[in-house]
Design a binder for this molecule. Structure first.
Ligand code: 13P
Length: 337
């Protein structure tokens, strides 16, 4: 197999039936926020212990195809002196890494953001590949508001995402392209649909301009949802209809899969909506696998159960196993509340 065939193989393995991705790539700032919720200091050892708790959970490879890591974790030694990621590799779980360096304000916009990290990326990708990574992730974010997202912010981030995806692929790594339309605000589901459609149209236009190989590329998308504080919330069936119609209007058929972020949905919501999307997909002639790449959706329950205490290791692992199991059922449209 040549590098391109291997990359396409990894992309398909990540979205294989019955499984999805764990996003454990919280930056130092984000993991601090998560740890604050359990009154735990964000030290290197605490981050290691938490992630080791997740990664050494027996049987998660039944439900988890790949894990997105933060750079620190890819090179970190566990308590036993072996690399933290060895447990994942031993379980046949594919290693991935977040390669963007976070967001900064995009000048000339009303406080909109652009994602940084292209400088020096090629050399970093080489290092990650040597450490065993087979895929990468880059997240761009868009807010919905009066005249937001703007054409300028969409175009700038789409362009950057395409360069990132191309650089990943020439390094033999599968890019997970993540343009996230945030659910913060009181906007309607129709507003989210319109913004998501605009963003995805531009992102795929840019990917095509740079001749990114769609077969070796995965889209990480938000579900189409009403804003968190919107007066009118929507049922899982409406969310599935809007999400599938939006993706069909914008995403090329040769992408092997679309993986959803949980994006701050409640735990039940993120599972019920994924379930509904997959039930509808069975009759909607959808060409891609539709699965999860959840951070909070998979981690909030186990984080609370573990609570930073070594004596809660088994509790945390049981909570993680159960969460991965129900989410994987929802990925098949087989989840029952
Ligand atoms: P959430 O599922 O918590 O939204 O995180 C997924 C992710 O990787 C965001 O970049």
């Amino acid at each position: 197999m040549n590098d391109v065939e291997k990359m396409i193989g990894a992309a398909n393995a990540l979205v294989v039936k019955g499984k999805g991705i764990l996003a454990a790539d919280e930056s130092s700032g984000t993991i601090k926020k998560r740890f604050d919720s359990i009154n735990l200091e964000s030290t290197e050892n605490n981050r290691r212990d938490y992630r080791e708790m997740l990664f050494t959970t027996r049987g998660i490879n039944e439900f988890i195809s790949g894990v997105i890591l933060y750079e620190e974790t890819l090179f970190q030694n566990g308590k036993n002196g072996q690399l933290v990621v060895k447990a994942l590799q031993d379980a046949g779980i594919i290693l991935g890494i977040k390669v963007d360096k976070g967001t900064v304000t995009l000048p000339g916009t009303n406080g909109e953001l652009m994602t940084e990290g292209l400088d020096g990326l090629r050399a970093r990708l080489q290092k990650y590949r040597e450490a065993g990574a087979q895929f990468t992730k880059w997240r761009a974010v868009f807010n919905i508001g009066a005249n937001l997202p703007s054409r300028r912010a969409i175009a700038a981030n789409a362009h950057i995402l395409a360069l990132y995806a191309l650089l990943s692929q020439v390094s033999g790594l599968v890019p997970i392209v993540e343009p996230e339309v945030l659910m913060d605000g009181d906007h309607s589901i129709e507003a989210c649909r319109a913004a998501t459609e605009q963003v995805l149209t531009e992102v795929f236009y840019s990917l095509q301009q740079y001749k990114v190989n769609y077969e070796g590329c995965i889209l990480k998308a938000n579900m189409v949802l009403p804003g968190k504080t919107a007066a009118n919330q929507a049922s899982p069936v409406i969310i599935a209809r809007q999400t599938i119609d939006c993706l069909k209007a914008t995403v090329p058929a040769s992408i092997p899969g679309v993986v959803f972020l949980s994006g701050g949905q409640g735990d039940d919501e993120s599972v019920a909506n994924l379930n509904s999307i997959n039930i509808m997909a069975k009759t909607a002639h959808v060409p891609w696998q539709l699965t999860f790449s959840y951070g909070r959706g998979l981690q909030s329950v186990p984080l609370k159960a573990w609570a930073g205490k070594p004596e809660n290791l088994a509790k945390g692992q049981k909570a993680f196993y159960d969460r991965a199991k129900v989410t994987a059922l929802a990925r098949e449209g087989l989840y029952k509340a």
